[in-house]
Each structure stands twice: as structure tokens, then as C-alpha cells.
Write a protein that binds this ligand. Structure first.
Ligand SMILES: Cc1cc2ncn([C@H]3O[C@H](COP(=O)(O)O)[C@@H](O)[C@H]3O)c2cc1C
Ligand SMILES: O=C(O)c1cccnc1
Length: 337
């Protein structure tokens, strides 16, 4: 599946795709029958029921889980908005390929297959303080690259990114999609100092002003102030919903990729859970705006799908309890009197 035209993107965004209500009812009934006080597994129960509805299976499984890390480079790094040089993006992609990054260890620990997709790293996006980051064709190609990593039959999709400078793009996406001053969305990213944060705020203000007259559509926001890895995440999310694969989103940047989608069509991210709340200050506000309750709070601020990969272990635990526990009848345990 690809996004050959803008109409394909708009159709995927608006498609009326919902979880299976009958299967949700079956999974809920099973939870009520398991040998525990009702509700005592808390959020784990909700996670199991969510996966049941999207997988269309009253006893959902996590055999084929995939983590995908998309990488892209950003013209906006010319404004000195990251603590690290842009060359680190390609160097980290090499590190992913050699198995040495955090996501290699964490995806292995969670039993997830790992795919790394580098998107035109030698062609950074345009500086979005003066021009759209991508042409329409470039944005469609990135959306398609994301969609092509997802197929029916996956039990879980974990999404993440690598792209030096992309917390600046993420802040601009949030400001354009959700409003609010640049200052509420800008944070230290890889660790810039206060002067760097002030530079970043000014860059996001200029970006918002530069694109203020453009249509406030999801596509224009992704294309103008996003990046290739960010558009690829949006494409993967839309494709996952079409094939009913539940998604775990990672940190601030990953979630910023779905903000334009959620604003345009709230149901377009109904199959997504937030793996964690990162330490990047805008993430908490972004999750609240998206109506997502993060599974974990671990003060992580890495990206690479790392927080979502850790949360996949919680999903695994939720599904194991849902599938493996005995019912009151099977175990001969008395129900509530
Ligand atoms: C070695 C290294 C590994 C990373 N892995 C993810 N990121 C994270 O940091 C970047 C965003 O922060 P900023 O906007 O400040 O550049 C993204 O690549 C993100 O995934 C990394 C950053 C570095 C330096
Ligand atoms: O929230 C994240 O995922 C994040 C925060 C800072 C830098 N890189 C990623």
C-alpha cells in the first residue's frame, strides 16, 4: 500500500475503521471470569481488551511484534538547535545495523523484530523557517515508506525515530496542530542549554509564522514543519489501522507525528497506545491533548522507539494474564458472594 496521491492520504485518514465490538465484549466477559477480583489487574485488563478489539481475537497474542525506527535529517539543524551534529543520525543508523544501540537491546528483550528505515539521509529536509520542509512528492514518499513497513498479521507495531534536530520539528508540529506558544512545546532534546532553548523557541516561532497562511490540514502540517521520519511514522500509523494492527507510540517526536492526524480525524489514532511519557517537557501536554494515558513513566528521553519497546513487555504481561489464567469455574474457586 502506498500514498501515491494526497487523495490516498485523505482517504486513509477518514476511513471508518473501528475495533471489533463483539470481540471486545467477549474479552471483557473473559476478564470478568478470571480468578481475581474484578478489575484487580487494573490497566493490564484494559490493555488486553484493547488488543482483543483491534486484533479481532478474544484471546489476543504477541507472537509477531515489530519495532520500526525511521531516520531522517533536518535542514533546521543549521540554526544550532541540537546538542549533537547532524552526522549522528547516519552514525546511529549504522549503530542500529550493528546491534549496538539501546533499541537493539530493548527490542530483543521485548521479543520484537527490529526494522530500521533510513530515509534519504544525505538529503536533509529544507529549513522550515523559510520554506516547506518537504515537497508534496517528498512527503507522500515518506508516508509511503512508513506504510510499507506494516502488513496484516502483525500482532503489535512499535514505532520510533532517529533524526538529529527533530525535537524542533516536533515542537513546531505541536504548535501548529494544537496551538500554544512555542515555549510550551520546546525542550532540551538531546541536552541543549538555556541559550539553545531560546534559539529553538525563536526557530519554532519563525516556522509557525512562515506557514501561517497555508491550509491547516494534516498533510500540509506534516509536509511543512515535519520531517521524513515523522511523516513515515504517520504513514505507518494510518496503514496499521487499515490492517487492524495495534500500535505503541514512543516519545515526544513519535507522538508529534500523529498530532496532525488526531486533530483532523480523532478516530485515525484509536488503535494507538502511548508506551511512555518521556522527560521532554512537551510530551505530557501532547499526550493529554491526544487523550492518551501513557503506560509507563520512566523519565526516559531517548527516542528510537525505546520507551515503546519497554512498554511492549507490559503488553506481553497483560496478554499472558488474559490468555493464561484459569476461570473461576475451571479452577473451582468461589465467585464473589
Ligand atoms: C547518540 C544519540 C542517539 C539518539 N537516539 C535517539 N536520539 C534522539 O535525539 C534526537 C532528537 O534530539 P535533538 O532535537 O536535540 O537533536 C533524535 O534523533 C532522537 O531520536 C538520539 C540522540 C543522540 C545524540
Ligand atoms: O521524547 C523523546 O522520545 C525524546 C526526547 C528527547 C530526545 N529524543 C527523544
Amino acid at each position: 500500500m502506498s500514498f501515491a496521491t494526497l487523495a490516498d492520504f485523505e482517504a486513509a485518514l477518514a476511513a471508518p475503521i473501528a475495533p471489533d465490538a463483539e470481540v471486545i465484549a467477549q474479552a471483557r466477559a473473559r476478564q470478568a471470569d478470571l480468578t481475581k477480583p474484578p478489575g484487580s489487574l487494573g490497566r493490564l485488563e484494559e490493555i488486553a481488551i484493547f488488543f482483543a478489539g483491534w486484533q479481532g481475537r478474544a484471546r489476543p497474542r504477541l507472537e509477531r511484534g515489530r519495532a520500526v525506527v525511521f531516520a531522517g535529517n533536518h535542514g533546521v539543524v543549521a540554526h544550532n538547535v541540537s546538542a549533537f551534529p547532524a552526522a549522528v543520525t547516519a552514525q546511529m543508523v549504522a549503530n542500529f545495523e550493528h546491534g549496538g544501540a539501546a533499541i537493539n537491546a530493548l527490542s530483543r528483550a521485548a521479543g520484537l523484530e527490529l526494522k530500521v528505515v533510513a530515509l534519504d539521509l544525505d538529503r536533509p529536509t529544507a529549513d522550515f523557517t523559510v520554506a516547506p520542509a518537504m515537497t508534496e512528492d517528498e512527503c507522500l514518499a515518506a508516508l509511503s515508506a512508513g506504510a510499507s513497513t506494516v502488513e496484516a498479521g502483525l500482532d503489535l507495531l512499535v514505532l520510533g525515530e532517529m533524526g538529529i534536530g527533530n525535537t524542533t520539528a516536533a515542537a513546531a508540529l505541536c504548535a501548529r496542530s494544537l496551538g500554544g506558544d512555542a515555549a510550551v512545546w520546546v525542550g532540551p532534546g538531546t541536552g541543549i542549554d538555556d541559550a539553545g532553548i531560546a534559539r529553538k523557541v525563536a526557530v519554532v516561532d519563525r516556522a509557525i509564522a512562515c506557514h501561517a497562511d497555508a491550509p491547516m490540514t494534516a498533510f500540509e502540517t506534516l509536509r511543512r514543519v515535519g520531517g521524513r521520519e515523522i511523516a513515515a511514522i504517520a504513514g505507518a500509523v494510518l496503514r496499521a489501522r487499515q490492517v487492524r494492527v495495534p500500535v505503541l507510540l514512543d516519545g515526544f517526536i513519535c507522538c508529534s507525528a500523529v498530532a496532525p492526524l488526531a486533530v483532523a480525524a480523532p478516530a485515525s489514532i484509536a488503535h494507538c497506545l502511548a508506551g511512555h511519557c518521556s522527560a521532554e517537557p512537551g510530551h505530557r501536554r501532547l499526550l493529554a491533548a491526544l487523550g492518551l494515558e501513557p503506560i509507563l513513566h520512566l523519565d526516559m528521553r531517548l527516542g528510537e522507539a525505546s520507551g515503546a519497546a519497554v512498554a511492549a513487555n507490559i503488553v506481553r504481561a497483560a496478554l499472558a494474564a488474559h490468555d493464561g489464567m484459569a476461570t473461576f469455574a475451571e479452577a473451582g474457586v468461589s465467585g464473589a458472594g
